[in-house]
Design a protein around this ligand. Structure first.
Ligand code: ADP
Ligand code: MG
Length: 619
């Protein structure tokens, strides 16, 4: 052919500078685009010639010395006319559309996946060369070259086998792509599950190793590395996948040694096309690191991680892959937010997760219980975020008792209603609150453990959402009435008198003006005192603490002194004086410590006082 020079269709000149400027933040995608083009070319060749058993593949070669990145495929190839038509004329149809959307969108709404295609190469290259040979009989090879994506030159090419090379000379500013690790990372991320085999070949200078005699050892030639070794398991029929396959896939994809707890395989063709696998990971107790990872694909091509428009936020604790071939690669946030299709996808995913939970609950309750400790924060969060999800899973919510039994709400109420009515007793700290928990144990009442960060909110949520009248949660130290022995009229009168005296003593000894004092005869005589606090008041002040509000609700605590306890008895009978004040303050601290850790000053005081009391014992 005659050498030919020209300018790419007029629109390109307007668009190129904008592409360069606006895609600054997400240049990586040029690799995805060029590899996809190679795969497309192979697909086309296969369709044209289904019986050809060629070793189809796309090879990405990085020549670090030359600063070149080459994308080679043995697909259909292009004739000179096709280069003219598809590269010079219409290559920008997609990009133009993006710009239209983009202008209406405001600058912020772009994720950065526009399906820009071939021209995205110019984001990182100061020269792009196409060498192509069409598979069609009698066609000559063609070479196309451009430095800026606007002016081009075409001439005879050098390729001798069917297929295409796209060669990028990496520009000075984009040398990060002249790096093996960068290219491998981007390739693995975007192309790790593509259907066509993809290889990475790196050409670099290697210092030969020396043998014992100081001579150069022959340099080992590294085979190109297979990038997409792991098959896209989500595409297989769920009935054809084994448990082992699911687990191996999980470990390979998320680089972990741990098994997932369980998984959901999503697989629908209608009314939308969605496939994927969601895994419930074992969660560590550290809330901060509970970050899941859900990879969104469009036809095996990676789009982005954790797109919350497609996957409901509360499912972000999960790990997995979702493939929606009907989602365009050029997704923008505002497109996703306003798209009815995406909303349906999201609702479907939620429903499937809920189905899995109820399925496990109904058919494998024992297993489900072993998972519960790991999954409960996420399930609870989901309930509070999504009314439909809550509706679906509410009968499978479990409450674990201090003894390790699991109850549904209805089971708990059925078992304890005789003594408690519609009350659920819980502890927020089973170790610290043992004294109060023991009181309930003695009465054979189950105490639920609600010690996760989310539980404070969740208890309130269940109270108003469960649809059970009078349902309320009360912490073990919310009151101790249940356990007081019946008092005769005389005893009551006496108690009241003693209480009056003791209120002043304790206010004085503890410096707490709002403290109330109550005498009660508890069954366990070893227990000296308990500090109780009204449930609603306590929850309110805990909430304000969490949300960082400074105003404090006046907290009303009641110190319950056990008249069956000898220390308390002797306190009631003792004379005024230092010893009496010390005893009162010590009792108060002991009671406090069984509800919450002492604060710094309180600890100092407690230790000093304990020492003083010991000294008194020695006298
Ligand atoms: P799209 O892939 O969306 O059509 P691109 O800008 O990526 O847009 O590519 C434009 C066109 O150039 C393709 O449709 C195809 O006809 C042609 N093309 C690009 N790369 C190759 C390749 N490696 N082999 C054959 N044809 C290609
Ligand atoms: Mg393309």
């Amino acid at each position: 052919m005659n050498n030919q020079q020209g300018n790419i269709s007029i629109h390109a000149q307007n668009i190129m500078p904008i592409i360069k400027r606006w895609l600054y933040s997400d240049k990586d995608i040029f690799i995805r685009e060029l590899v996809s083009n190679g795969c497309d070319a192979i697909t086309k060749q296969k369709m044209l010639n289904p019986s050809d058993e060629a070793d189809y593949k796309v090879t990405v070669t990085l020549d670090t010395n030359a600063g070149e990145l080459r994308f080679s495929d043995n697909g259909i190839g292009m004739t000179a006319e096709e280069v003219e038509k598809y590269i010079n004329q219409v290559a920008f149809s997609g990009a133009e559309e993006f710009l239209k959307n983009y202008e209406g969108d405001g600058k912020s709404g772009i994720i950065g996946h526009f399906g820009l295609g071939f021209y995205s190469a110019f984001m990182v290259a100061d020269k792009v060369t196409i060498q192509s040979l069409s598979g069609r009989e009698g066609e000559a090879s063609v070479c196309w070259e451009s430095e800026d994506g606007m002016a081009f030159e075409m001439k005879d090419g050098t390729r001798t086998e069917r297929g295409t090379d796209i060669i990028l000379h990496i520009s000075e500013e984009e040398q990060e792509f002249n790096d093996e690790f960068k290219v491998r990372e981007v390739l693995t991320r975007y192309c790790g599950f593509m259907a066509t085999p993809i290889y990475l070949d790196v050409i670099k200078d290697v210092e030969p190793e020396k043998d014992e005699d100081g001579n150069d050892k022959p340099i080992e030639i590294k085979e190109p590395e297979h990038i997409n070794k792991i098959p896209a398991l989500w595409l297989k029929k769920p009935s054809d996948c084994t448990d082992e396959e699911y687990k191996t896939f999980y470990k390979d994809v998320f680089h972990t040694y741990e098994d997932p707890l369980f998984y959901v395989h999503l697989n629908v063709d209608y009314p939308f096309n969605l496939k994927g696998i969601l895994y419930f990971p074992k969660l560590t107790n550290d809330f901060g690191t509970r970050e899941g990872e859900i990879k969104l694909f469009s036809g095996q091509v990676f789009v982005a991680n954790n797109i919350k428009e497609v996957i409901p936020e509360f499912l972000m604790l999960l790990k997995g892959v979702i493939d929606c071939p009907d989602l365009p690669l050029n997704v923008s946030r505002s497109f996703l937010q306003n798209d009815g299709y995406v909303k349906k996808l999201s609702a479907y995913i939620t429903r499937k997760v809920a189905d899995k939970l109820t399925g496990l609950f109904n058919t494998e309750r024992d297993n489900y219980q072993t998972y519960w400790d790991d999954i409960h924060p996420f399930v609870k969060y989901g309930c509070m975020r999504d009314a439909k999800f809550f509706e679906q899973v509410k009968d499978t919510l479990l409450f674990k008792s201090t003894k390790g039994d699991y109850f549904t709400l209805n089971e708990y109420i059925a078992k304890n209603e005789g003594t408690l009515g519609k009350k659920v007793i819980y502890t927020s700290d089973p170790t610290r609150q043992t004294a109060s928990v023991a009181l309930y144990d003695a009465e054979n009442i189950d105490v639920i453990v609600l010690d996760a960060l989310i539980d404070l909110n969740f208890a309130s949520f269940i109270e108003y959402s469960a649809g059970i009248e009078d349902l309320h949660f009360a912490r073990v130290d919310a009151d101790s009435q249940t356990f007081a022995k019946e008092q005769s009229e005389d005893e009551k009168k006496q108690s009241e008198e003693s209480e009056k005296k003791l209120v002043d003593l304790f206010k004085h000894a503890t410096g707490n003006d709002t403290l109330q004092v109550k005498l009660s005869t508890l069954k366990d005589e070893n227990l000296s005192a308990l500090l109780t606090q009204d449930e609603q008041g306590r929850r309110f002040s805990e909430m304000s603490k969490i949300y960082g509000q400074d105003f404090k609700m006046p907290e009303t605590h009641t110190l319950v002194l056990n008249t069956a306890n000898t220390v308390v008895q002797s306190l009631i009978e003792s004379e005024e004086g230092e010893k009496r004040d010390l005893m009162a303050a010590q009792l108060y601290d002991l009671a406090r410590m069984s509800t919450r850790p002492l604060e710094k000053d309180e600890v100092t005081e407690f230790l000093a006082r304990s020492n003083k009391l010991m000294e008194m014992l020695c006298k």
